[in-house]
Design a binder for this molecule. Structure first.
Ligand code: URP
Ligand code: ZN
Ligand code: ZN
Ligand code: ZN
Length: 484
């Protein structure tokens, strides 16, 4: 059985051209004019692009005393509805839990996925066992990224010595560290002071996490990665202070990547000053939404290439879950949704406004992260031999975002009321048509784990740290007797 996508304009990170695409089974087998096949999908008036990859989601994740409400079933259904065909979730061992045991728990959850997926492994505690298991995770389990939380003190947060040890281990294994960059000690102190002063509403969350805490942690992580000789990926880059650190590192020849979220690009801090407690609490996430100047910085980063990836950090909690934090903002589960809306929102606010070209859109939603995670060109590409993860994008198709019509299991949408123009006509996941004209045809368990090989990217370009600090033995005479 073959499928041909006809009459569309193919848009990749590099090229825009007219051709048909022939798919056999799960794979693209031919690209060219006048192709024929058993089934024809009409792409007239559409752009045919690599399916989106969202490298930052938390599905059914235990967090802040509860579980995020979208699981691999509803989460990947939402992904496909919005043109995303691969997600990367975070495997989060609890304190003292074996990484491999946590991984088998995640495998039990991910079997329901409608589209392909992979995992980042979180380093939530440190020991010789963790050090040893990291090797198995990379060499046998197909995971080449390790996440470090520099915030969530008393829960997920790692200390600098642990981070440095883990980063060095990543360097040995051909893996890449990721960081949630916020100074958790400062956040904890600011939070306590705000609460003591009676400032316990959701806006306190934003006050407790100013851009400085993110900028400081980003700088620190970059320097530690440099000393460990390893590339670094900074998740949910939300402000100029963090972007500046990433930009500077890249200018110095370091492989440092930054990932803004669609939420930070399109929603600002005024959301926290809504009079309605629920409205503000539903938007509590870390880092918090910022002001327009920070948003401009993120857009500029995507344009210039100093920021490479747009993700969602999809970690959805219901209103009821958010209400655990009434009277104490530190207890509001941190996280927002966005999986279904990332591509339409970025197209509407990025491509349609002229901020991004179509090719840049493909780069930041799919191709760049496929390369960074070492799954290109299996993913992130329209090429012969690539997986047929494809979105046929209709730039004229519009809708108003509403929780009433979303796939996500939660009862609201942070983009409620926004009008988007640009939606999938078809979404194909490894050759299977999962979305056709807004109708989702889900198939639980179709999604497969995508193993990711270790890679040799290092961070040595212009870094002279090792040479400058290489210990020299100094021959000395006249050493004074001790105690004199
Ligand atoms: O608030 C957020 N971002 N929640 C999800 C966990 C994380 O920090 O990424
Ligand atoms: Zn985070
Ligand atoms: Zn409101
Ligand atoms: Zn996250």
């Amino acid at each position: 059985m073959s499928t041909v996508i006809k009459n569309g304009t193919i848009v990749t990170a590099d090229l825009t051209y007219t051709a048909d695409i022939k798919i056999e089974g799960e794979t693209i087998v031919e690209i060219g004019p006048n192709l024929s096949g058993d089934t024809v999908l009409d792409a007239s008036g559409c752009y045919v692009m690599p399916g989106g990859i969202d490298p930052h989601v938390h599905l059914e994740m235990p967090f802040m005393g509860t579980y995020s409400s979208d699981d691999f079933e509803s989460g990947t259904r939402a992904a496909l509805a919005g043109g995303t065909t691969m997600v990367v979730d975070f495997c989060l061992p609890s304190p003292n839990q074996s990484l491999l045991e946590a991984l088998s728990m995640w495998d039990n959850k991910s079997g329901r996925a409608h589209c392909d997926y992979s995992y980042h492994m979180a380093i939530t505690w440190w020991s010789e066992q963790v050090f040893d298991e990291m090797e198995t995770v990379v060499k046998e389990k197909g995971i080449n990224t390790f996440k470090h939380f520099m915030a969530y003190k008393g829960a997920l947060m790692v200390q600098d010595d642990e981070m440095y040890a883990s980063f060095q281990r990543c360097a040995e294994l051909g893996a890449m560290p990721l960081v949630h960059a916020e100074n958790g000690d400062v956040v904890a102190d600011l939070s306590a002071k705000l609460l003591a002063a009676g400032n316990n509403g959701p806006e306190g969350h934003a006050y407790s996490r100013p851009p400085q805490v993110e900028g400081e942690a980003t700088n620190r992580a970059i320097m530690i990665a440099d000393m460990a000789g390893v590339p670094l990926y900074v998740v949910h880059t939300s402000c100029e202070e963090s972007h500046e650190a990433i930009r500077r590192a890249r200018q110095q020849g370091k492989r440092v990547y930054g990932e803004p979220l669609i939420q930070h690009l399109t929603l600002d801090e005024s959301e926290y000053f809504d009079k309605d407690w629920d409205h503000a609490a539903r938007r509590v996430m870390s880092p918090p939404f910022r002001n327009k100047a920070h948003q401009d910085s993120l857009w500029a980063g995507l344009q210039s290439g100093s920021l490479q990836v747009v993700a969602t950090d999809h970690c959805a909690f219901t209103t009821e879950q958010k209400r655990t934090g009434v009277g104490d903002f530190t207890k509001i589960p941190n996280g927002t949704g966005g999986l279904e809306d990332r591509m339409p929102m970025l197209w509407t606010y990025g491509v349609a406004t002229g901020r991004l070209t179509m090719n840049e859109f493909v780069a930041v939603t799919s191709t760049n992260i496929a390369k960074i995670l070492n799954v290109y060109p299996k993913k992130g590409a329209i090429l012969v031999g690539a997986d047929a993860d494809i979105v046929v994008w209709d730039p004229e198709k519009g809708k108003t975002i509403s929780a009433k019509s979303q796939q996500s299991a939660i009862d609201y949408n942070v983009f409620e009321g926004k009008h988007v123009k640009g939606l999938p006509r078809y979404t194909l996941t490894r050759g299977r048509v999962a979305v056709e004209d807004g109708v989702i045809q889900p198939k639980e368990g179709h999604g497969q784990f995508v193993p990711r090989e270790p890679f040799q990217a290092v961070n040595k370009a212009l870094s002279k740290w090792k040479e400058l600090t290489a210990p020299r033995k100094v021959e000395r005479s006249g050493i004074p007797a001790s105690g004199v």
